[in-house]
Design a protein around this ligand. Structure first.
Ligand code: GLN
Length: 256
């Protein structure tokens, strides 16, 4: 990973002793990383530093050893073809991921991995890809592609914004809550106005962009939860939110 330029805030916090290491695992970045979803891991890395902790970024691809001591899990979107490539390996890791989710590990899964964290994705071209059932949701491929900018309201995180592009339409079961209610765009499906899903400390969403640069409240939820689980407490730092604010203002003005 190349190092990014350091802002004055980073330099001042970097001279303080670290409050501890937070390990972020990105699932399947080779196949599941469209529309820059890897940017979510980079935002976590920077904000973990701004909060005075030490980030460690790990990647898990098909056939890798699954790392111990994972504090945050992130996963991105992918083509149906990418989802088919990872499906067997994901099933082999289902138990570990389910255990992490049940134990309260914070996770963010976007689009293609959101679908596969659910019960199944029945693609429009035929095959049904089994999910790992962490989320009580099911997804059916359709001929209609839901594409464009999205804004939703969430009680937990305020306005959430991003970009969707999916043919799968997801319906929520009683075991999950929606992440938000759309005010622009489609979200989970073309019918009920819900976007994403929440279960335990898992946040699932269709939104790319990537999501976290424009939605730092979600990034800080993941970091706070990770710190509280690992160290018993979260002591926030002073993140520099200027760019996030500008990105949100810009995204809010975009047409569908
Ligand atoms: N292939 C899935 C679909 O089209 C997921 C797409 C995505 O991750 N953007 O529904």
């Amino acid at each position: 990973m190349t190092s990014e330029p350091q802002s004055p805030t980073t330099q001042s916090t970097a001279s303080q002793p670290s409050k501890g290491t937070i390990r972020v695992l990105q699932l399947y970045p080779r196949e599941m990383n469209i529309y820059g979803d890897w940017g979510n891991a980079l935002v976590l890395k920077q904000r973990i530093k701004w909060h005075g902790y030490t980030p460690e970024l790990l990647e898990y691809n098909v056939g890798d050893d699954f790392p111990d001591d994972v504090d945050i899990v992130v996963g991105g979107g992918g083509q149906d073809s990418g989802q088919l490539v990872i499906q067997d390996d994901l099933q082999a890791r289902a138990e570990q991921l389910r255990e992490l989710a049940e134990n309260g590990a914070p996770m963010l899964v976007i689009c293609g991995l959101y679908q596969l964290f659910g019960k199944f994705f029945k693609t429009s071209t035929g095959p049904t890809i089994p999910g790992i059932g962490i989320l009580d949701v099911e997804t059916h491929g359709t001929d209609e592609r839901l594409i464009g900018n999205v804004i939703m309201k969430s009680d937990e995180f305020g306005d959430i914004m991003g970009y969707e592009n999916h043919s799968g339409q997801t319906t929520l079961g009683p075991g999950v809550e929606p992440l938000g209610t759309v005010t622009k765009g489609a979200g989970n499906n073309s019918k009920d106005g819900h976007e994403g899903a929440r279960y335990n400390n898992v946040v699932a969403s269709y939104l790319h962009g990537s999501l976290l640069p424009k939605n730092p409240a979600i990034a800080d939820f993941l970091i706070r939860t990770a710190a509280e689980r690992k160290f018993g407490t979260f002591v926030p730092g002073a993140p520099d939110d200027d760019y996030a604010r500008l990105a949100r203002e810009h995204a809010a003005r975009r047409p569908r």
